[in-house]
Design a binder for this molecule. Sequence first.
Ligand SMILES: [Zn+2]
Length: 117
Amino acid sequence: MPKGEDQAERLARLAREAHERAAAHDLAADGGEASDAHHHPAEAATDAEARERELRAHLRLLEEEERLLRLAEAAQRGEYGICADCGQEIPAARLEIVPDAERCVSCQEAASGGRRR
Ligand SMILES: [Zn+2]
């Protein structure tokens, strides 16, 4: 039983870390050097791209947080580490490396078309 608790705690901690990293993305940081106006269209494009990258990274972290919170709840119910496809236990070593794994290795490979990237 304490095993599930530990997993829930670990996942909750990872979720908090993702949240903090997301919060560290200062999405309102576009005002900073605005007074330093030498604004080429090319630079504006670069700014927009950088901001979009930031935003995407931010959203990814929020998604990660959400997934980890879901898994923390699953762990409290003792349902964490069960493959979503075949229902087998996902090896602890895999969960160690990929805490938000939802499938065992073979199902994950099958799900991604057998290709690894
Ligand atoms: Zn599986």
